[in-house]
Design a protein around this ligand. Structure first.
Ligand code: PEP
Ligand code: MG
Length: 747
């Protein structure tokens, strides 16, 4: 095979375009394409394999192999050289195909006669559609230029396949996008939702992959890149006073936008006959394929930056903005790779569910989704490639499962599940005004957790007696700059107004660890959950805490106020924080502002150390609240955000329950009011056990109040306590089996 030049490649693409313009049916068109590639590239065989379903490839057209094998020869993903190209998304180029690892002999194709094999993935934006193969009898390795030409052809094929050009038997992609897909992913927020897909970032559609006039395309690319650079520079200048991290991201953008390598590769693509947008997309595809293999978090972020930049460039070139004219369905389920908290709040409660390709349990988006009580599933790999706007989708946030384009059986089963949940909700509504009074006559106070103004209406609808935990950091997380004291004070006042007579416990800013403020310099810590977070930051850099305390005091306007400090690990931290509150009070008094008629200052017990603090600490605090999420992670040394370990230890483990009992006893002895506000307070069985060992106040997400109240009203805590004690004395590791058995018999 002679060395190839630009002219030949351009001729190849030109002919390819002619074929695409012909009025041939799907299969005939595919056949023409393979014939043309074999001729133009002077090779003996050219074949196109496309996905039949998620893990099967089918020979859909060939020039050179036995024509009878078309639509007969299939291989599984990873099987044979073709299967390996598809699985890894990487080219295989060999002069000795039969001697290459993974080769599979397929007698029906007559393939053993060909020594050389070049397989190139047909992919579009990281989505694998199939494999384009050329083969020749003589044993040779295909040159770089030849490989590149085949890659460019594969890119064009991908684009055309995407456009539904190959309708008919070879239409693997369009068929694929009609098939049901199941995603086993991770729970972000419980709840179930049925709806239709709404893509947060609609794909840019490239309709003209091949271009006649490279000079014109190069010019278009240059102009678009220039516009892009100006845009990035503008962002940089407006962010000049911003924080360092944001600047760093923008600097990376600028670096990419000015990258000669990036530009050169795109120019080469254009010289071979691609349009400017197809060239951008080809490089984007390559970057995405690389993304799949990079594990380094920092590099992944940078590749994402490049991806975002490519999207911007595509939008400039195609004139397609964020608005594609598509209408949001009435029951939207948002699909995104990731989403920021502010963007999520913009959608607000309109969304029925959210599915993210990335995201983590503690991400800001997850925090907001939780606050809005929208079912959320995270880490649903490849969902942005699979889902199309308007597809039917079922989100099972209880299991972390998503059904895209489900068949009727699944849809019916899901509908039954949702109906049962709705019935249960009705049952809960009927006890909304009733107290959580147990069969043994004890009253448990059920409060709700909140963090946004949008949560407050739940105070009435859930039947909560108050807000046991108001996470103030959400207001800081969703903004792009530090909120002002006036803004905060106004917001806190509105929260108190909305709560009326009900008590709201404001927790001061709990940042650090998973909650990094976008506008504050992130500190690179080896283990942020045990690092510089919450009250530790507040005491070292007291400016923000002082501003926040002042905002709270002003918001109270003389009304009763409850404030608690997060993550207190030793007595002194509390006394220092309290001293700040005293100073703030003194200042307000001097300024003549009204002081709260009843101020309660408490601490969160989130580290085991505090359970052993001196009695003096217990007497000094006005109240204590167990932050079970953090307390449990430190008790078991199991990161609450690490999927590998976060579910490993049971809350009903005897050691943990005994530990909580100890805290209950200390609080009883020192007359310290105690509550529990971690996620476990909202899980009915756990909540009943926590109440059985002595907690009388639980704070949970609003949706859990009904289920928890329902179980408590049917429980006898004395009996349950005995079941727990007996199980412990028997030497059980967890009291769960015994408790479940008891509840099954008694409830
Ligand atoms: C906790 O740790 O249990 C808690 C309530 O606080 P957060 O989940 O906000 O860390
Ligand atoms: Mg906590």
């Amino acid at each position: 095979m002679p060395e190839r030049g630009e002219t030949e490649s351009r001729r190849l693409l030109g002919r390819l375009r002619e074929v695409m313009a012909e009025d041939a049916a799907g299969q005939a068109r595919l056949d023409r394409i393979t014939q043309l590639i074999a001729e133009e590239l002077h090779c003996d065989v050219c074949s196109i394999y496309l996905f039949r379903n998620a893990d099967t490839l089918e020979l859909c057209a060939t020039m050179g192999l036995n024509p009878e094998a078309v639509h007969q020869t299939r291989m599984r993903l990873g099987e044979g050289l073709v299967g390996r190209v598809a699985r890894k998304g990487q080219i295989i180029n060999t002069h000795d195909a039969p001697g290459t690892r993974g080769f599979r002999y397929m007698p029906e194709t007559g393939e053993e006669a060909y020594a050389s094999f070049l397989g190139v993935p047909i992919q579009r934006l990281g989505e694998m559609l199939g494999v384009l193969v050329i083969q020749s009898k003589d044993a040779r390795t295909f040159s770089e230029d030849e490989t590149y030409a085949v890659e460019v052809v594969a890119m064009v094929l991908a684009e055309m396949t995407e456009l539904g050009a190959f309708v008919g038997e070879g239409a693997a992609l369009s068929a694929r996008h009609q098939q049901p897909v199941l995603f086993n992913a991770t729970i972000g927020q419980e709840g179930t939702a049925k709806g239709h897909v709404w893509l947060h970032e609609p794909r840019v559609v490239v309709t003209n992959p091949i271009a006649d006039d490279p000079a014109r395309e190069l010019e278009r690319l240059k102009e678009a890149v220039e516009t892009l650079r100006v845009g990035v520079d503008r962002m940089l200048s407006t962010a000049a006073n911003g924080d360092k991290e944001q600047l760093e991201v923008l600097e990376t953008y600028r670096m990419f936008a000015n990258s000669k390598g990036w530009m050169r590769r795109m120019e080469e693509d254009i010289n071979l006959g691609l349009s400017a947008e197809a060239a951008v997309e080809k490089e984007q595809s390559t970057a995405r394929a690389r993304l799949g293999q990079v594990t380094d978090a920092y590099l992944r972020e940078r590749l994402h930056d490049l991806d975002d930049l490519s999207n911007r460039l595509l939008r400039i070139l195609t004139g397609q903005g964020e608005e594609t004219g598509a209408e949001m369905p009435a029951d939207p389920i948002l699909i995104a790779r990731n989403i920021g908290p502010a963007e999520l709040l913009d959608y607000g409660r309109r969304l029925k569910g959210i599915v993210l390709e990335e995201g983590s349990v503690g991400s800001h988006a997850a925090i907001v989704a939780r606050a809005l009580a929208i079912p959320l599933v995270i880490q649903a790999a490849r969902i942005t490639n699979e889902a199309l706007n308007g597809d039917l989708i079922l989100v099972d946030g209880d299991q972390g499962v998503v059904h895209l384009r489900p068949d009727d059986t699944i849809t019916n089963a899901f509908r039954d599940k949702m109906a049962m949940q709705a019935q249960a909700q009705e049952r809960y509504a009927s006890i909304r005004e009733k107290p959580a009074e147990t069969r043994c006559g004890r009253r448990i106070a059920l409060h709700m957790n909140a963090g946004l103004m949008a949560d407050l209406p739940s105070l009435g609808s859930s039947g909560a007696e108050g807000v046991g935990l108001f996470r103030t950091e959400l207001q800081f997380l969703i903004r792009s700059k530090m909120p002002q004291r006036g803004e905060l004070s106004e917001l806190y006042a509105r929260v108190m107004d909305a709560a009326g007579d009900k008590r709201v416990v404001f927790r001061t800013l709990d940042i650090g660890s998973d909650k990094v403020l976008p506008y504050m310099k992130a500190v690179d810590e080896p283990n942020p959950a045990m690092g510089w977070r919450a009250v530790r930051v507040a005491l070292d850099k007291p400016g923000v805490m002082r501003m926040q305390l002042q905002a709270l005091l002003r918001a109270a306007k003389g009304r009763p106020l409850s404030v608690m400090f997060p993550f207190i690990a030793q007595m002194e931290e509390f006394s220092m924080a309290r001293a700040e509150m005293d100073k703030a009070l003194a200042r307000e008094r001097i300024l003549g502002h009204p002081l709260p008629e009843d101020l309660k200052v408490g601490a969160m017990l989130e580290t085991p150390s505090l359970a052993f603090a001196p009695d003096k600490f217990y007497r000094d605090v006005d109240f204590l609240s167990i932050g079970g999420n953090d307390l449990k992670q430190f008790f078991f040394a199991a990161d609450r955000e690490n999927e590998l370990v976060r579910r490993r230890y049971d809350t009903l483990n005897v050691s943990f329950l005994s530990f909580i009992e100890r805290i209950v006893e200390r609080c009883a002895r020192t007359a310290t009011p105690l509550s529990f506000c971690g996620e476990d307070a909202g899980r009915p069985v756990e909540a009943a056990c926590i109440a059985a060992i002595g907690l009388r106040t639980l704070s949970m997400r609003p949706a859990s109040i009904g289920p928890v109240k329902s179980i408590l009203r049917r429980s006898n805590l004395d009996e349950l306590r005995k079941v727990i004690h007996d199980s412990r004395h028997r030497g059980d590791q967890s009291v769960r089996p015994a408790v479940m058995q008891y509840l099954k018999e008694k409830l």
